[in-house]
Design a protein around this ligand. Sequence first.
Ligand SMILES: *[C@@H]1O[C@H](CO)[C@@H](O)[C@H](O)[C@H]1NC(C)=O
Length: 529
Amino acid sequence: MGSFSSFFFSLILLLALPMKPVRGASLYAESRWVVNEGGERVKLACVNWVSHLDTPVAEGLHKQPLDVISNKIKSMGFNCVRLTWPLYLLTNDSLASLTVRRSFQNLGLLDVIAAVQAKNPHIIDLPLIKAFQAVVKNLGDNDVMVILDNHRTEPGWCCGGTDGNGFFGDEHFNPDLWVEGLTKMATLFRGVPHVVAMSLRNELRGPRQNVPDWFKYMQSGAEAVHAANSDVLVILSGLSFDTDLSFLAGRTTTLTFSRKLVYEAHWYGFTDGQVWVSTNLNQACARITGNVMRHSGFLLGKGFPLFFGEFGIDLTGSNLNDIRYFHCFMALAAELDFDGALWSLAGGYYFREGVAGTTENYGVLDAEWAQVKNPSFLQRISSLQVPFRGPGVSGGSPHQVIFHPLTGLCVSRKSGPESLSLGLCSNSEGWNYTNQQIVPMKDRSSCLQAGQVGKAVKVAGTCSASDSRWEMISDSKMHLSSKVSDNSTVCLDVDSNDVIITGACKCLSTDSACDPTSQWFKLVDSTGR
Ligand SMILES: *[C@@H]1O[C@H](CO)[C@@H](O)[C@H](O)[C@H]1NC(C)=O
């Protein structure tokens, strides 16, 4: 995206700021949407902030002052943090009362102590539970909502299939202790309005997992949290590392309360092994999107909010499987317009899996927690940080935007009356894909028309099915193709200046190495932004 300068990047960040202040908001589930007290949609655009590792202190406080980090989260367009915590922080008093200093000392992290003392002198001698509260408070002071996520039982990295933390009844997963910890956490943040939700347990998994126990224990956890704090949304994760909620197709959760239930799913590139590099991308995307819909996405259609609590990629750009998965993720995320939390914020960790000072390739911040590691990635996901539609979203009449997953931009009429280019989705044109497979502007005055290969696509006044027909082809249905005068098939494409052109269709099937994504377009329902 050579045509986007850093000036534009700043502009995007500015525009991506949530439109409504979050303070004082208690949230509700209204059909598939999360809404505020006024019934208007609040899209949860979160980032995961790890606070459940061995120390367990919110990561990064040795690199930047707490307030700088919270402010950075906001300035990156996130309105919310999924803050992870180990159960023992609430159920083990000798852990909770340990000071941050002592906790680092116990792990031999002496240089970290000096650094936290320098950057966050008000934190270093707090008991761990008070340090956790200070982080939550500071996020609120920066107008960032918080989802408290019980990540595992004892402090440490998550998740292995046989680490004793996977399912109710596992060695380190006592259901009674879990309910006690959830109750204490819910009570601790009662009346704190920016703490909007609790996700009850991260990534259930392992040999003991089963559906009857899922209902039994998740319902009891949900009731306990609601009894202790009726303001928070209760977020329930699925089985198999939170990739599977398919069992809810035939049975629903029974709870004594309503309008507070949200489901959670996780979706990474590695969830499906190496499929993204071993298969034609149109075919992989169609197949995996189908799986995701069957395992969790269907819940939106059943009228439940579905929060994608973990997604993300290696942001160093060295993992092709991740890169290719994310093209497909972007398309579904825009189409379904779901709430979610990027994994993760961390530039690195104090101590992970026995190693001090590790880096996090999936983190948006660099190792110093100062700069955005990959600005074009952040620009790309900024299109997902604001809602396309939902209750109270703008006032525009329903239409579609032509979303380009590769860039996170939308087809806009920008560089002249007749030609089109990519621009911010927030001020893109409205379109309507009709039964006749033509793509008129919202006001029906003119239509998309293919031209010669390599030349700009035109927006012209004749909207006849003979010269303005666009079919969605390939397994992904994201190639918009048209027949031109010599009867050859061409595809909507983008050139290196972000101008929308007519291209020769590429990578439609079979070839697993080639990349079709400059030609991927998704018609996304919108009510204006
Ligand atoms: C409670 O935490 C302390 C300090 O981390 C630890 O030594 C102890 O083993 C924990 N107790 C239990 C019951 O896990």
